[in-house]
Design a protein around this ligand. Structure first.
Ligand code: ADP
Ligand code: MG
Length: 467
């Protein structure tokens, strides 16, 4: 009997222990399940963070980055009713909402962003803390947030400053609207990681843009510098050229002057001699030759003097086509003898331009005669005019092209052609092109040359149309 009772008591005790053990096992199992689900959540979040960082790494613009971040934030933190990303506008020192998930992007007001950007690190606000924080926010802003964020007021919020080193760039604010999914302290490292990734990605994009802008500026500065240098070089060369020409002009004018007096005396003397000669004296023929030659010298002297003397010729409305036609007319015989076939293609509606007609005639003559010299066995001479206007607001320009099929110009001669006294001809003066360039420059124009040795040469004269 006593034994039976003992036995029952023992069984009861055993049963009790068993139940306790079962309960413990259940608790352990529950704990294990919880741990497991946390582990799963953790690894899901880690892989989400990884894929976000990969995506951020290849993002090339700030908008793409902020959109991605708010989208991912909303899914990374379950229960989020709204995700806001603000960036600091450094010019006005204000926070601008750059992206939002879960709400209309037109939501006005920064809400908790002002607090978030000043926070030393990410933080979690729950319950009373959140109430206190929201009480600080402007009422109008709260009204705007209330109308945009479902389930207002939120039960918890996650705040994260965006910054790189000590520079504040903006903030992420997440509002948790579902009480079943209160944000948890273990969310903090994740929002912090997301914020850091975001800040670095944005910073990189901005740095890259800044570097590109700097590079562009540098390139522009460099090209401006090169341009200025080139202009300076041309100006200097032109100055030198003009100085040389002026010297030539002065020299020849004074030579002409010096020669003029003895020449006059010599001609006079010959005249006197002639007066005293018998009409049939045999010396008369020699005298005639001497007089003829002296006359030629006189004409050359006059030309020399006139050529370099600053012309008083009037500036007048001038037809470039007419001058070219006249010049070709002038050399007609010369061309025929040289077996040179000339073709003029002149633009019919070329406007008249204010110019020294005589001087321009001189220019065209110089260049055409050079072309003839370059075609000792004949060839083609093409003279073309064209109206040029690069852009409607650009000044109208007349282009004159004088093209020959002659011997061409060796590259080493090209840079020197317009220098006074530069000639490759035994009988050349080397002044034709120097004077031509001077005249064209005086007219505000430009003269250039292109040549292929053995194939021919093109001289281009650009003259601005002036009314
Ligand atoms: P010049 O005719 O007295 O030599 P220019 O100043 O007129 O002086 O010309 C300078 C040089 O330019 C010439 O000696 C010649 O070498 C070259 N040149 C000019 N025009 C042509 C051309 N159409 N074809 C080939 N060479 C040319
Ligand atoms: Mg010449």
């Amino acid at each position: 009997m006593g034994e039976q009772e003992n036995m029952r008591a023992y069984i009861l005790e055993l049963e009790g222990r068993l139940r306790a053990a079962e309960a413990r096992a259940e608790a352990v199992e529950r704990e294990a399940e919880l741990q497991q689900s946390r582990a799963i959540e953790l690894s899901a979040r880690l892989s989400a963070i990884l894929s976000i960082s990969a995506a951020l790494l290849i993002s090339r613009d700030v908008d793409a980055i902020v959109q991605l971040v708010v989208r991912e934030a909303a899914s990374l933190f379950p229960g989020t009713s709204a995700a806001h990303l603000f960036l600091l506008d450094t010019e006005n020192d204000t926070l601008i909402l750059r992206a939002a998930a879960g709400v209309s992007e037109r939501v006005s007001g920064r809400g908790l962003a002002d607090m978030a950007i000043l926070a030393p690190r990410s933080m979690l606000l729950v319950g009373p803390q959140l109430e206190i924080a929201l009480a600080e926010v402007d009422e109008e802003e709260i009204a705007s947030l209330r109308s945009h964020i479902p389930g207002w007021p939120p039960y918890s919020a996650l705040l994260a400053p965006l910054r790189v080193e000590s520079t504040r760039m903006g903030a992420i604010v997440l509002y948790g609207g579902v009480s079943a999914h209160l944000y948890h302290p273990r969310d903090i490292p994740f929002i912090q990681a997301l914020a850091d990734l975001t800040a670095v990605a944005i910073d990189e994009v901005l740095q890259r843009a800044r570097a590109a802008a700097l590079q562009r500026d540098l390139a522009i500065t460099q090209s401006l510098h090169a341009e200025a240098q080139a202009r300076l070089n041309t100006a200097q060369a032109q100055l030198l050229q003009s100085a040389k020409l002026a010297a030539v002009g002065e020299l020849s004018a004074s030579v002409a002057h010096e020669i003029n007096n003895p020449l006059y005396a010599a001609r006079n003397s010959l005249y006197l001699v002639e007066q005293d000669l018998a009409p049939d004296a045999p010396q008369r023929s020699f005298l005639a030759i001497a007089q003829q030659e002296l006359g030629r010298i006189a004409r050359i002297i006059t030309r020399m003097r006139d050529f370099y003397r600053p012309t008083r010729a009037e500036l007048a409305a001038t037809s470039i086509n007419t001058i070219l036609r006249e010049t070709l007319e002038l050399v007609q015989t010369h061309l025929r003898h040289g077996h040179i076939h000339a073709v003029a293609t002149l633009e019919p509606d070329l406007p008249a331009t204010i110019a020294h007609a005589d001087q321009l005639r001189q220019v065209f003559l110089n260049i055409i005669l050079n072309a003839c010299d370059a075609m000792p066995r004949g060839g083609d001479l093409r003279v073309t005019t064209q109206m040029l206007q690069a852009r409607p607001e650009a000044p109208a320009t007349i282009g004159v092209y004088i093209v020959d099929t002659g011997v061409g110009i060796a590259p080493e001669h090209l840079p020197h052609l317009f220098e006074p006294f530069y000639t490759t001809k035994a009988q050349g003066t080397g002044l034709g092109l120097a004077i031509s360039a001077h005249i064209v420059t005086q007219h505000g124009g430009r003269i250039t040359v292109e040549s292929a040795p053995g194939q021919g040469t093109t001289f281009t004269i650009l003259l601005p149309v002036s009314q």
